[in-house]
Design a protein around this ligand. Structure first.
Ligand code: ACM
Ligand code: ZN
Length: 527
């Protein structure tokens, strides 16, 4: 009788969820491409063994999770025929794809190395953190692969500094929702955060400000507390390795030619005026930017050479946004360069700056990516574009056959409010990007044809930190909106359902609780 009821339940869940599975049985975020329910359960106990096939990476992440939240780890076995095993097999499937097969006799995960890692993330979500034995997993065949290749989250560590340990906690969070890119915003007007051996003042001077804005921008109030911090090159290497083990590529951002006050405070010759200025205490956009003289390019190339040895990924983010042309307009060096190069105006000078940097980066077999202002005055030949002022920049770039990451302010800026009830929220920069708006986002604009759409690599959630002072607040602003974005970036568009997402998020929140993630709980409140 029980078996008949179970089969009927599976049939219903299959029908109701049209092959997506059931929130309680398979509460995976992002929702897999396909879940085919089968009858029966796999019972996971301390007697279960792990079999790791040839060349498959070890399943350490699973064991760390089990030990931490369930108090036992699994032994490995070399006997491939043994029952009650979790088997991992490296197979030359599509990139980042995996198959997770749960049968009463055992579990099998197959995929490429990223796929196996993602299979483990799904398995961890299925096991969950509910204690009390036995741990039962409902049988199913889960076939999964991502929709986009760039599944990104960003963190601004300049406006406020976050420790290496927090950055690693953030990377863990990204990995658990199958993000593969961490955009690390390392330099800005309010602080330079990466050690550069050739220019020690970047961190001895540029990493510290003598006060910060307090409260709302309109109050224009400042404290006088020395604030700062930076990552040593050893820290960076450790974080890069930490991310790499979690199949996350770090894209470092070194801002130019604007948002460069901290560097200029350290080395005033980099600006048009050469005047000594302080690392900014105020948020905003500032007139002191890098001058376009040769000594600035020599500095930028030295900095980028060190950055490129630290970050093994393909892309270096060179900023490019919000660069006022005020100083360039009256600078003899900049005006002479405009004349010499036959440039029309300061916008073309910005384009010259970015192209010259691109040549250097390309010579080191890396690519640049920049905010969509790098379109102005003409896009550098191989540059990828991050579209933040809406989607228009991304559309133009894709039509020019340039790779694009979509991160429009609406809905991808997670420093914006997530509730209309602003008085009950921590002070934020403004805007309103609720969870459902993130979930509804489609990174591929409908106006692009199939060929143009191929240039959309994916999308990214940005966490700017002018008004985000602590790691707890980063988590509050990022989660669960990043969970919604994860599903946008991974799950086939036609399989998405916000209601179904919320039901899985509720189950998943138990894991967030146990991991001590300070996520926003609006989705738990009944309307
Ligand atoms: C940006 O938000 N200025 C890229
Ligand atoms: Zn100048």
């Amino acid at each position: 009788m029980k078996r008949i009821i179970t089969i009927v339940f599976y049939m219903l869940s299959g029908m109701v969820c049209s092959g997506q599975g059931n929130a309680v049985f398979w509460p995976i975020i992002p929702l897999p491409e396909s879940i085919v329910p089968h009858t029966g359960e796999f019972v996971l106990t301390a007697e279960t063994k792990i079999y790791v096939g040839q060349q498959a990476p070890p399943a350490d992440f699973l064991n760390v999770f089990l030990k931490l939240y369930h108090g036992f780890g699994l032994q490995t076995t070399a006997d491939s025929s043994e029952a009650n095993t979790i088997r991992f097999e490296l197979t030359p499937t599509a990139k980042e794809a995996y198959i997770l097969s749960i049968k009463p006799s055992g579990i099998k995960v197959t995929g490429d190395s990223s796929g196996l890692f993602y299979g483990i993330q799904s398995l961890i979500q299925l096991i969950g953190v509910k204690t009390g034995k036995p741990l039962k997993l409902h049988c199913a065949e889960i076939i999964d692969s991502p929709r986009y290749t760039w599944r990104g989250m960003h963190l601004d560590c300049s406006r406020h500094f976050f420790t290496k340990e927090f950055v690693e906690k953030y990377i863990d969070l990204l990995a658990s929702y199958k993000f593969n890119t961490f955009h690390w915003h390392l330099t800005d007007d309010q602080g330079w955060r990466i050690e550069i051996k050739k220019y020690p003042k970047l961190t001895s001077v540029g990493a510290w400000r003598h006060g910060s804005m307090v409260g709302a921008y309109s109050d224009h109030k400042f404290d006088t507390i020395r604030y700062g911090g930076f990552y040593t090159q050893n820290d960076i290497r450790e974080v890069v390795a930490y991310a790499r083990a979690r199949h996350i590529t770090i894209v470092p951002e070194i801002e130019m030619p604007g948002h460069s006050v901290a560097a200029i405070a350290a080395y005033p010759y980099l600006s048009c005026t050469g005047k000594q200025i302080d690392v900014q205490k105020e948020w905003g956009v500032f007139d002191d930017v890098y001058c376009t003289k040769d000594s600035t390019f020599a500095f930028m190339e030295d900095v980028l050479a060190e950055v490129m040895t630290l970050f093994p990924g393909k892309y270096i983010h060179i900023g490019g946004d919000e660069c006022p042309k005020t100083r360039w307009k009256t600078c003899p060096h900049c005006q002479a360069l405009i004349k010499k190069e036959g440039l029309k105006d300061e916008h073309e000078l910005q384009s010259y700056f970015i192209r010259r940097i691109e040549k250097f980066v390309n010579a080191h077999r890396k690519q640049i990516i920049g905010w969509d202002e790098i379109l102005e005055g003409g896009l550098a030949p191989n540059a990828a574009v991050m579209s933040w002022r809406g989607t228009e920049g991304g559309i133009i770039a894709a039509r020019q056959k340039h790779m694009v990451v979509m991160t429009p302010g609406k809905p991808c800026y997670f420093d914006h409010y997530q509730s209309r009830n602003k008085s009950k929220e921590p002070h934020a920069i403004g805007g309103y990007n609720p969870l459902d708006s993130v979930y509804a986002y489609n990174p591929t604009p409908g106006v692009l044809n199939a060929e143009e759409s191929k240039y959309i690599m994916g999308a990214q959630g940005n966490v700017w930190t002018e008004y985000i002072l602590t790691g707890n607040q980063v988590e509050y602003m990022a989660v669960p909106r990043m969970c919604a974005l994860a599903e946008v970036l991974w799950t086939p568009a036609e399989k998405k359902s916000f209601v179904f997402f919320l039901s899985r998020l509720k189950v998943n929140s138990a894991i967030l609780d146990r991991k001590n993630i300070h996520y926003a709980k609006h989705f738990l409140i009944k309307k």
